[in-house]
Design a protein around this ligand. Sequence first.
Ligand SMILES: [Zn+2]
Length: 490
Amino acid sequence: MKTRLLTILLLLPFLTLAQKAKKPAATTRQPDGDKQTIITNLNGRFAEYAGISKQIWDFAELGYMEEKSSLLLQEQLRKEGFTVTAGVAGIPTAFVAQYGAGKPVIGILGEYDALPGLATEAKPEFTPIAGQRGGHGCGHNLFGTASVAAAVEVKNWLKSSGQAGTVKIYGCPAEEGGSGKVYMVREGLFNDVDVVLHLHPGSQNAADAGTSLANKNAKFRFRGIAAHAAASPERGRSALDGVEAMNYMVNMMREHIPQDTRIHYVITKGGDAPNVVPAFAEVYYYARHKDRDIVQSIWKRIENAAEGAAKGTGTKVDWEVLGGVFNILPNVALAEVMHQNLKTVGGITYTPEETAFAQKISETFGEQKVPITNAAQVKDFRDASESATSGGSTDVGDVSWAVPTVGLQTATWVPGSSAHSWQSTAASGMSIGQKGMIVAAKTLALTALDLYKTPALIEKARAEWTQKRGADFNYEALLGDRKPALDYRK
Ligand SMILES: [Zn+2]
């Protein structure tokens, strides 16, 4: 049995390669000269961009604290001849960099914030890094670097071809709960842009016309009266009771809301010691739905639950909305262009070492396990614009209502990985993630080229966007007029 297993394991890399060898004929198209130059350039700079993404992975800076990550990307862009404006929209770690002149203006989004509590080494087993708060479980180290790599290639092409047009890259902090892009949209930073491109790390290669969930989130702060919990509890009012009563009401509410709603919370402060009646407690809530009007109506009921809980427990409550994002407005015309380019670029082929790494990670998925060879494939095109294709939310949503926007995901993680997991953190810090990143950079750059060369594509995309957005659309951020919550991770 052991020998047979060993034989299979030894053969796997070759079986994988053999399967892959068959694949390209079906998925790869012959790129033209300009596109081939970009592909060749990015292949040549693989080590350089892998290094940048690894540095950002090592920094693992949380939302609005991405000083080193942001600076590193800015430096790279300055070196390449971009004009960089840092600290935009009242956010020290946000930036806009641009190159070129005139229309069309193509924007590319980049992210670089890490998540709290996901620090693990880039190994195929969970290996926490002591003393490190954050980890790149959403692969934003690859996201930011791929966007810069793509923008640089677009710049090189604009320069050598003499083509009119501008490329703008947006350094977008605090995607994870901080809604960084919402402030950039509110500031009007996308007003002169014709089309925006973005990517997201993932466990497959796909460019769909998919959407995402709108969300709103806040910290609810209850204030009570401290007292000795045994000697004089009658003199106290527990702030933690307020939190628990609120949670109880919200949990009962779940039966009476649209079933595809998501509500989740964590108690961020529950008191200090059992023998002291807690004078302060805090609970952090998210509500999500693909329809932002439903989010708003459910949100009102969550606020009512907070007020009711405070009244019933003799405490006081106030809350701070920390984030709120729109659902993505999908654009089929743009997604088709992105999909064609992703097929031209093709998926990711593992070396024997990467195959061994991926196998080991894949074993941890249990029933969710899928073939790791999926990383070599590109998913068929789907117009999923009528349903939320991912359970997640993103502040790209707000951008997509300000300007026609399209994205893709590439297999930066072992197929079957969930975002926000140690497995995705690990892959984001090694060559599997870096290969997926370069596939994304190539696809973004190739898509931008198509848009510069064929203005009719932009017109078609904008016509679809105008029709879907509706004539009476008026942007009002879900987080209202608050200033960026620069300390939400502190
Ligand atoms: Zn993400």
